[in-house]
Design a protein around this ligand. Structure first.
Ligand code: HEM
Ligand SMILES: *[C@@H]1O[C@H](CO)[C@@H](O)[C@H](O)[C@H]1NC(C)=O
Length: 424
């Protein structure tokens, strides 16, 4: 496997800027929605969750681009939105399992702000796959084999949503990556062509929908469901490569608890991020998916679990247990691309977490990167420094970044010409 592939994961969520574009306007369509009792009998369930199965019923009757947010609904309640159909993507141009490179997200700015940091997502890019697919896939299979239920789970509240998610992926992936997947709508058989793995979606007894979904893509997956208090909790997931957190520690927690339960909580969550996020989740319309990117420094090369902060089997893990890094070659950039969308039928929110991982020494060959990363890190407030383990690598990293930046600048790099293309 390629060298890059070392690894680690998770959420440095507040990468930076952004813009919240959610009009509440979308709500109006709720009135057009076909209302059905979702607790219908089991025999009908599968086809109702499969958007394709209902044929023309799923074509939008409203012409709305955003779809419903069902915003006037009572807490914990969702009317299935059968008018919304996820746009079918075009094939990714010349996608090749061996040649298509990972998207080079470089999600750091000269100044670091704690914000939600979301932007609108183009449906085409819901799931991004590249020439590391096989590596991620194999690593996920290995960890599912050794860790089993520690890395996936589905509560009763999220079972329907997980099937809905799997059907959405079956409608998306073969269209976007036709050389990697095929799906037969009549037989409901999905194939991963590269590995000859076959999944029979009719086999609802034996097929685990969230594990199956996880095997298809490089991302980790989390499904959140609204409760009677209007908060969202983590009711299902397949989280195999999260690096710094474990599904079993966070399972069924609310958004607030997810972000506050660690010894060092997410910076500015309580005052600033949390209230904004809770509002955002409640109002997220089915047709307005969003993205965010974050970044971390990791002091080891393991994509799946950053063992520097403790063994995966340890009760307590955290930066406070980590040794100080001594060698620049230990350091890796861990950067996640996260997407958030609401599923139209169940109303659950799907959170995808795709981790990009590469050695700092490779990263710093890119123009403008060392200076920008250095400036960004120098602007971290104390709580951000603590959260991100700054003390454990700054003595190695800061001088290296300065040296690489000076080299680039001595070789004629013009700082004023730096492209302003966040998060790339
Ligand atoms: C708009 C949506 C969200 C925002 C703005 C957000 C924000 C953040 C931030 C700022 C962090 C700190 C790490 C960092 O620097 O990025 C974080 C960590 C984390 N987030 Fe989120 N988050 C969001 C959604 C979610 C969702 C849906 C989940 C569900 C799994 C989640 C789970 C976590 C976990 C497990 C951590 C690590 C917490 C720890 O340190 O114990 N986040 N998030
Ligand atoms: C990709 O590389 C593998 C290993 O070399 C090879 O077996 C496979 O046929 C290649 N696939 C494509 C589509 O080129």
């Amino acid at each position: 496997m390629s060298v890059i592939m070392s690894e680690g994961v998770w959420l440095n969520l507040f990468a930076d800027n952004q813009i919240l574009l959610f009009g509440i306007s979308a709500v109006a369509i709720a009135g057009f929605m076909v209302k059905l009792n979702f607790q219908a009998d089991k025999s009908q369930k599968k086809s109702k969750l499969d958007p394709k199965a209902a044929g023309s019923k799923f074509v939008s009757k409203t012409g709305s681009k955003t779809g419903s947010a069902n915003a006037e609904r009572p807490f914990g309640h969702w009317d299935p939105d059968y008018t919304f159909k996820t746009p079918v993507p075009e094939a990714y141009p010349n996608w090749d399992i061996n040649k298509t490179k990972p998207v080079p997200y470089r999600a750091f700015k000269h100044h670091y702000h704690v914000t939600m940091g979301i932007r609108n997502m183009d449906w085409q890019s819901w799931i991004e796959l590249d020439n590391q697919w096989q590596y991620y896939h194999d690593l996920k299979l290995k960890r599912l084999g050794t860790l089993g239920k520690e890395i996936y789970g589905i509560s009763d509240k999220a079972l329907d949503a997980c099937w809905e998610l799997l059907f959405e992926l079956c409608n998306f992936l073969p269209k976007r990556y036709p050389t990697l997947f095929s799906y037969d709508e009549n037989t409901k058989i999905l194939e991963i062509k590269a590995t000859n793995e076959i999944f029979d979606l009719k086999d609802t007894e034996n097929l685990n929908p969230i594990v199956t979904a996880g095997k298809l893509i490089q991302d980790d997956l989390a499904v959140l469901v609204e409760n009677e208090q209007g908060s969202y909790s983590l009711e299902a997931g397949c989280v195999a490569l999260a690096g710094f957190w474990r599904l079993k520690d966070k399972y069924q927690m609310t958004l607030d608890d997810l972000h506050l339960s660690a010894d060092v909580p997410v910076p500015d969550y309580k005052q600033k991020l949390g209230p904004a996020m809770n509002r955002f989740f409640r109002r997220l319309p089915v047709g307005q998916p969003v993205l965010r990117n974050n970044y971390f420094i990791q002091t080891d090369n393991d994509l799946a679990w950053s063992f520097s902060i403790g063994k995966e089997t340890d009760e307590k893990v955290g930066w406070y247990t980590a040794a100080e890094a001594t060698d620049i070659n230990q350091l890796h950039l861990r950067s996640e691309r996260q997407s958030l969308r609401r599923l139209p039928i169940s109303g659950a929110i799907v959170f995808t977490i795709r981790t990009y991982f590469l050695p700092i020494t490779e990263l710093c060959k890119e123009p403008y990167v060392p200076r920008r990363l250095l400036n960004g890190m120098n602007s971290w407030q104390d709580n951000v420094q603590e959260y991100k383990g700054f003390e454990k690598y700054k003595k190695v990293l800061l001088p290296y970044l300065e040296k690489m930046a000076e080299e680039q600048e001595a070789n004629g790099l013009v700082l004023e010409e730096e492209p302003q293309t966040y998060p790339y």
